[in-house]
Design a protein around this ligand. Structure first.
Ligand code: PHE
Ligand code: ZN
Length: 863
């Protein structure tokens, strides 16, 4: 008998969960911090002076625990007395007996190496400049500190460096050759700390707040980029004004700095007075940025600015409360974008995003509540659920309490919690106190995951119309049973002749099933349900194609008008896939009417022409109990696009000509909408004319929107190789534009070629995979090519796993985020499931796996 070697568990990082239930205030209070940085790429010294005292809320006699990772401790002293203590892997403990039972000063000096920091967390270097990223837990990689958001202190920072521009939070207080000092009068948690040092130039402006404070505004970029900041600056000024008018919130420092960096894990960061941005969300010109880029820059500039109040002045008690700042700030930036552009179009775009990303997350193995109660790695919880569903929950609250109630609650929130670290309980309490409404049941939106399903029956008898709504709540990982939700369902009723007979009314569904009666109607009405997408739910109602077409033609609610067309398109596509049905003539006619309706906003018409994506279709089929075949979904979408192109063929040239945008380029919503409709028409025409019009449009384009749209139209019909080459020749020196070039080839590769295309792209010397934007452009785009990613040979799955494992040791955060491409595996057939599971297993058993990617792979594999 041979002896079996003991099963050695794969070398897995500790997956210990942090739990909301374990929250305790910090042992000490921290009033003031003074930091001195001697910057050097390999050996930066950081000296910290912390003014601490025992926290009366916890009592005296407690050890002091400081977080700290990858720090070389040089010196440590309490009240000037040197201590010889050794840190452990995650921090430093100073035993109570070495601490006075009174206020004291703790001094540390550590050494760190920003140059080797590829994780882009803590102090790192990007393109020759020093910068920081501290949210969520990056400050502990800079110095020993209580790195938790409920410890708020005033920071004074001194930077010593030969870099010409030295920035930190707050106001500049003194500077000389080789040094600068900054002082931030507002107490803040360490995650809002920032430092930048580099050879930078500023695009500057000024802003006077409503109470008369004169604020210097600077957008700092590398030399040569200063001509690309005007739109971001304009967006910033409009954001500052908007927050004053819409929320009564004013800026509170003498300077507001934004810095653009090329290497950044996320979009941007709201550090107090010193926002740091992924350069992708700052730099723009008509030649280099698309209309979508402009809209995104405007939204993200606003988002980070709005955090100054919702996030910074009022912060989160702990990371479980992340949605307190993110959900609210997303909600605010959505309001802002709607005000700047079109509420209808913005709402449709937001819902497309919510369904595409959040519903997908909520229905899969990574589902979690808007306020989670446990995590292994907090970086894995910067999710569509926290951000987008977090914003939806606030939209529902506003709908339930009304505009006046919302305003009263927000005023109370700012009043009551300014300068403090708050919780979701605090947030709901201000709504209860300001409006008298009991939110006990509503709170479940925060604590329970999963997308509720609302089914609708209707009935007409004796002149009374009855709507019966019922809710069902799906199980999610760790939450098999759900409590009933409060679901605001906005409803309007239309006459058979198309007139609105009952304007939008909000029905509150709070029970498992409820009926709502409407009397005084002359005829059975056509209901328009869930107007404005009044709740993040899936609506189940058997609606005839005729009724959908009626709503597409007549609904006064722009969201539901669009939704009717969307639902029709999905039904048509589903029938093509499951029953080989032909494309519905009625749908084509209805779509054509909207596309040609000059009374409608061109942006809306362009959205109506956008066909459901393949991932969306796969999700829809799976929800209806089918196993989606990616090949069939791809074929159906192609056939559908061809049918639309054929139907509209006679009118496309006229539509294109009619949507011309004469005069200089402007990124405003009106022009952008015209370009969107024109380019939607061009894409259709390209399916008919072999690409002639798109080639001409590409050659003539004087802006990135038109240039890219023409290129995409060509790639969609399998053409465009010469244009891709011309694009590369023109833009090879521009990293942000080249990211687009990389991504397009991944998105539009023929499914069977995807793995080969990606192998070719990743072999190029300019595939700088340590740059998150470039990695995302190629590897992150893999799964957006749905049929290619899910090709039956599994090559794309393996390729993704290979690259995640390669990136993980360098940048675990980005590797973990990109792994969500695998989250939809339960939808697919057994063969594909097995292939994905094998890829996940390979990740899980890889030696030295990070906590970030380890947690994600484990959750997905368990799902
Ligand atoms: N707090 C940032 C935002 O949403 C996002 C972010 C999180 C950036 C973590 C970097 C790191 O505005
Ligand atoms: Zn945010």
């Amino acid at each position: 008998m041979t002896q079996t070697p003991a099963q050695t568990a794969p070398q897995m990082p500790a997956q210990t969960a942090v739990k909301l239930a374990d929250y305790q205030p910090y042992s000490h209070v921290l009033d003031r911090v003074a930091l001195t940085f001697h910057l050097s790429p390999q050996a930066t010294r950081v000296q910290a002076r912390l003014h601490l005292a025992p926290n009366p809320a916890r009592g005296s006699g407690l050890d002091l625990r400081l977080d700290g990772e990858n720090l070389v401790l040089i010196a440590l002293a309490v009240d000037g007395q040197r201590l010889e203590l050794q840190p452990d892997a995650t921090g430093l403990t100073i035993p109570a007996h070495l601490l006075p039972d009174a206020p004291f000063v703790l001094e540390t000096e550590v050494e760190i190496a920003p140059e080797g920091n590829t994780a882009l967390e803590g102090l790192y270097m990007s393109g020759g400049m020093y910068c920081t990223q501290c949210e969520a837990e990056g400050f502990r990689k800079i110095t020993f500190y209580p790195d938790r958001p409920d410890v708020m202190a005033r920071f004074h920072v001194r930077i010593e460096s030969d870099m010409p521009v030295l920035l930190s939070n707050g106001n500049p207080v003194a500077a000389g050759p080789g040094w600068a000092e900054w002082d931030d009068p507002w107490p803040k948690p360490a995650y809002l700390f920032a430092l930048v040092a580099g050879d930078l130039v500023a695009h500057s402006d000024r802003f006077t707040t409503q109470s008369g404070r004169d604020v210097a505004l600077n957008i700092w970029v590398r030399k040569g980029d200063e001509g690309f900041c005007a739109y971001a600056m304009d967006s910033l000024i409009r954001s500052m004004r908007w927050d004053e008018t819409a929320y009564g919130r004013e800026y509170d420092l003498d300077v507001f700095n934004i810095v653009a960096v090329d290497d950044f894990n996320m979009g941007a960061m709201e550090n107090k007075g010193l926002n740091i941005f992924n350069s992708k969300y700052v730099l723009a010109s008509p030649e280099t940025a698309t209309d979508e880029d402009f809209a995104r820059i405007e939204a993200i500039i606003a988002h980070e600015y709005f955090h100054n109040w919702t996030g910074n002045r009022i912060t989160c008690r702990d990371w479980f409360q992340l949605c307190l700042k993110e959900g609210l700030t997303v909600f605010r930036d959505q309001q802002f974008s709607g005000d700047m552009r079109s509420h209808a179009v913005k709402r449709i775009e937001d819902v497309l995003m919510l369904r595409g990303r959040q519903f997908r997350e909520d229905g899969g193995p990574l589902a979690h509540p808007v306020r989670p109660d446990a995590y292994v790695e907090i970086n894995n919880f910067y999710t569509a659920t926290i951000y987008e569903k977090g914003a939806e929950v606030i939209g529902m609250l506003k709908r339930l309490v009304g505009d006046a109630g919302y305003k009263a609650a927000l005023d109370l929130y700012f009043d009551r919690h300014d300068g403090a670290a708050a919780t979701i309980e605090d947030w709901l309490q201000v709504f209860e106190d300001a409006t008298g409404r009991d939110l006990t049941q509503f709170k479940r939106w925060y604590t329970e995951a999963g997308t509720p399903q609302v089914s609708v029956r209707d009935d007409w008898a004796d002149g009374v119309y009855t709507l019966t709504l019922a809710q069902t709540l799906p199980a999610t990982p760790g939450q098999p049973h759900k409590g009933l939700k409060v679901i605001p369902v906005a409803v309007g009723l239309l006459n058979p002749n198309g007139d609105e007979v009952v304007p939008t009314t909000v029905l509150e569904l709070t029970e498992a099933q409820q009926s709502f009666r409407f009397s005084g109607l002359a005829a059975r009405p056509v209901p328009s349900i869930l107007r404005g997408f009044s709740a993040p739910v899936v609506l189940n109602r058997a609606v005839s194609a005729d009724e959908r077409a009626f709503l597409l033609a007549h609904d006064t609610d722009p969201f539901n008008k669009w939704e009717a067309g969307r639902a029709l398109a999905k039904e048509v596509m589903a029938h093509m896939i499951t029953d080989a049905a032909p494309v519905s003539r009625n749908w084509l006619a209805a779509l054509a009417r909207v596309a040609l309706d000059h009374g409608l906003d061109p942006a809306f018409r362009a959205l109506a022409l956008r066909l459901p994506g393949e991932d969306d279709m796969a999700a829809t089929l799976a929800a209806a109990g089918h196993v989606p075949d990616p090949v069939a979904v791809h074929a159906a979408r192609q056939a559908l696009a061809d049918a639309v192109a054929a139907e509209l063929a006679p009118v496309l040239p006229g539509l294109i000509a009619g949507m011309a945008t004469p005069g200089p380029f402007s990124p405003d919503a009106a022009q952008a909408g015209r370009r969107a409709l024109r380019n939607a028409a061009l894409a259709l025409l390209t399916r008919r004319d072999g690409g002639a019009a798109a080639r001409a449009a590409f050659a003539a384009a004087d802006n990135m929107t038109d240039s890219l749209a023409a290129l995409v139209a060509l790639l969609e019909i399998g053409a465009g190789a010469p244009e891709l080459a011309a694009f590369e020749a023109r833009w090879q020196a521009d990293r942000l534009v080249m990211d687009k070039w990389f991504m397009l080839q991944v998105l539009y590769a023929a499914p069977q070629d995807l793995a080969a295309v990606v192998r070719r792209l990743t072999a190029r010397p300019d595939f700088d995979w340590k740059n998150p934007n470039r990695f995302r452009a190629v590897i992150g785009a893999l799964s957006a090519n749905h049929a290619g990613f899910h090709h039956a040979d599994g090559a794309a799955y393996d390729l993704l796993a290979d690259w995640l494992l390669r990136l993980d040791p360098k940048n675990p955060q980005t590797a973990a985020r990109m792994s969500t491409a695998f989250e939809t595996w339960p939808r697919y057939d057994a063969d594909r499931q097995a292939l994905i599971r094998r890829a996940l297993q390979r990740i899980l058993t890889a030696p030295g796996l990070s906590r970030d990617l380890g947690e994600m792979a484990a959750r997905m594999a368990a799902g």
